[in-house]
Design a protein around this ligand. Structure first.
Ligand SMILES: Nc1ncnc2c1ncn2[C@@H]1O[C@H](COP(=O)(O)OP(=O)(O)OP(=O)(O)O)[C@@H](O)[C@H]1O
Ligand SMILES: [Mg+2]
Length: 234
């Protein structure tokens, strides 16, 4: 079974990496490190020579270059080499509103799979950061339907993907997205009952056909990106 390393060493050591041609879901609170996780994966895919598309709905590519630079990751170089390209939906959304185009934004919002119309045929990896911006007014049933369709389309195109959803959106839809994906990771902040201090923890909720840690893993965000501190089952 082909696996793709995430660049987060403990995850790679325990799981072997993400399963190729499948979708992983990443959920987490605001500021929990979802985008940084996405960038870790993106950089690592480029390092392995995989053609990567990063779909960004809240930030533009420049923001991501700046964030990557803070970890000394040269994302711009990979962009110049054509290994990574960006689809900036924040800009498109803003322009649509500005121009009051006849395209019904509500319709566009729910059709996640439409995102894939714009990606090159030779794409190996897609990172969607995040779907939360496109779910307004969907019922849980519609959300599940559209999300499952997106996951299906990605698999049909032999794409390995990381789909990011903020925890507010994920909770709103009763975590329905968890079911159709191959694996899911959750990022959280919680209070450590022993120290009384807040810490960041990662939960590998599921990963089919893979050994996963059952304990929460504490992590920090430092100059190297996401750094897992405790790995109970390493
Ligand atoms: N260079 C850095 N060194 C240390 N910590 C950093 C660095 N850059 C960012 N951070 C930390 O990472 C956090 C943001 O991470 P990130 O943007 O990945 O979160 P997110 O889950 O994507 O948030 P959002 O919900 O806003 O999209 C910041 O709030 C900050 O605490
Ligand atoms: Mg983010």
């Amino acid at each position: 079974m082909e696996r793709i390393k995430t660049g987060i060493s403990v995850i790679d050591e325990i799981t072997g990496g993400f399963r190729a041609n499948r979708t992983m879901l990443l959920t987490g609170d605001a500021g929990s490190g979802k985008t940084i996780f996405g960038l870790h994966f993106a950089i690592n895919c480029c390092d392995q020579g995989l053609k990567t598309v990063y779909v960004t709905t809240e930030e533009d590519a420049d923001d991501l270059f700046t964030q990557a630079k803070s970890f000394n990751w040269d994302l711009e170089k990979f962009a110049e080499e054509g290994l990574i390209s960006f689809i900036e939906l924040a800009g498109i959304r803003a322009r649509l509103i500005e121009a009051e185009l006849s395209i019904d934004i509500d319709t566009m919002k729910g059709n996640f799979a439409k995102i894939l119309q714009n990606i090159p045929d030779d794409t190996d990896v897609v990172i969607i950061d995040s779907l939360g911006s496109y779910t307004a007014k969907l019922t849980p049933y519609e959300f599940r339907d559209r999300f499952d369709h997106l996951v299906y389309e990605l698999k049909e195109k032999n794409i390995t993907s990381l789909v990011i959803i903020d925890s507010a959106t994920s909770n709103e839809f009763n975590e329905l997205a968890l079911f159709s994906v191959y694996g899911a990771i959750k990022l959280m902040k919680r209070e450590n009952p022993y120290t009384g201090r807040r810490e960041r923890v990662m939960d590998v909720v599921k990963m089919r056909s893979t050994r996963t840690p059952t304990q929460f893993m504490t992590y920090e965000i430092d100059s190297n990106g996401i750094n897992i501190l405790s790995s109970p089952e390493k």
